[in-house]
Design a protein around this ligand. Structure first.
Ligand SMILES: NC(=O)c1ccc[n+]([C@@H]2O[C@H](COP(=O)([O-])OP(=O)(O)OC[C@H]3O[C@@H](n4cnc5c(N)ncnc54)[C@H](O)[C@@H]3O)[C@@H](O)[C@H]2O)c1
Length: 257
């Protein structure tokens, strides 16, 4: 899809990868609807991007709330063409069973809810909006959905049980959603980041950083948030890329701890 002038939603837009992705799409000529739980952060970015960018407060785990925010975006912009689902995250590390006892059930449910239910809400409800678009290309493309998992989906480290489950759920949903939405001309792909240089990662102690970097093959650095933005842009623009999960991790394969 040619993104110039297209309406792009980014969730998690106040965060490191979301804001970087929004900047990349804005730089490529798209119009941005910036969704985040953190409205102040999304508004700050909207002011920076200007050119009609708007901020919306959303809780992606709340189906009714997502529905009403998407309806508002549709009213404000007239259509939704691309949706980058980047909001997500984890809770404190906990082993399946360890010295502190069994993994707290509440934390597990919270992380699965944020990542799986949140992504489900966004995919299903944004598809409802995209289905109303007139086909944009000769092949009938109406929309593109881009999700965000993590390499933990494949190689969850010790203590990452809930995050692994949440992100593996997103990887698993990718091909099913692709099949469900293919007759509508809506593509679905998922980004699988390794260690990206956003605040949560940059704030870990130096010795932990050094340890993490040992597991990266090349280049020996954290990924830059703009690199995720460029991957999202590539996924949006490349019509033949569908139902795919792409790692962006410098060849990293996570160790057990
Ligand atoms: N940074 C990394 O190294 C890395 C690696 C792999 C995967 N990821 C994934 O990439 C995504 C973004 O990571 P980041 O580093 O930018 O994190 P971040 O914490 O900077 O940003 C996450 C954003 O999501 C928003 N958010 C959280 N819960 C929400 C909810 N219920 N509804 C709406 N918005 C909500 C937060 O307000 C925040 O602005 C996450 O899904 C994360 O799991 C990050």
């Amino acid at each position: 899809m040619d993104v110039v002038g297209k309406i792009v939603i980014v969730t998690g837009a106040a965060g490191g990868l979301g804001s970087a992705t929004a900047r990349v799409f804005a730089g490529a000529g798209a119009k941005l609807a910036l969704l985040d739980f953190n409205l102040d952060g999304a508004e700050e970015l909207a002011a920076e991007l200007s050119d009609g960018a708007r901020a919306y407060r959303v809780d992606i785990t709340d189906n009714e709330h997502v529905k009403s925010v998407l309806a508002q975006v549709k009213t404000d912009f007239g259509a939704i063409h691309i949706c980058c689902n980047i909001a997500g995250g984890g809770t404190a590390a906990a082993k399946t069973y360890g010295s502190k006892g069994p993994h707290p059930a509440e934390d597990f449910a919270k992380t699965v809810n944020l990542n799986i239910v949140g992504t489900f809400n966004m995919m299903s409800l944004v598809a409802e909006q995209m289905a109303q678009n007139e086909p944009l290309t000769d092949s009938g493309e109406r929309g593109v959905i881009i999700n965000t998992a993590s390499i933990a989906a494949y190689e969850g480290q010790m203590g990452q049980l809930s995050y692994t489950a949440g992100k593996a759920g997103i990887v698993g949903m990718t091909i099913t959603a692709t099949r469900d939405l293919s007759s509508l001309g809506i593509r679905v792909n998922t980004m699988v980041p390794g260690i990206m240089g956003t605040k949560p990662m940059l704030s870990v102690p130096d010795n932990v950083k050094e340890h993490l970097l040992k597991t990266v093959e090349f280049p020996k650095r954290f990924g830059q948030p703009e690199e995720i933005g460029r991957l999202a842009l590539f996924m949006a623009e490349s019509e033949y890329l569908n139902g795919e999960c792409i790692r962006l991790d410098g060849g990293l394969r996570a160790t057990a701890r």
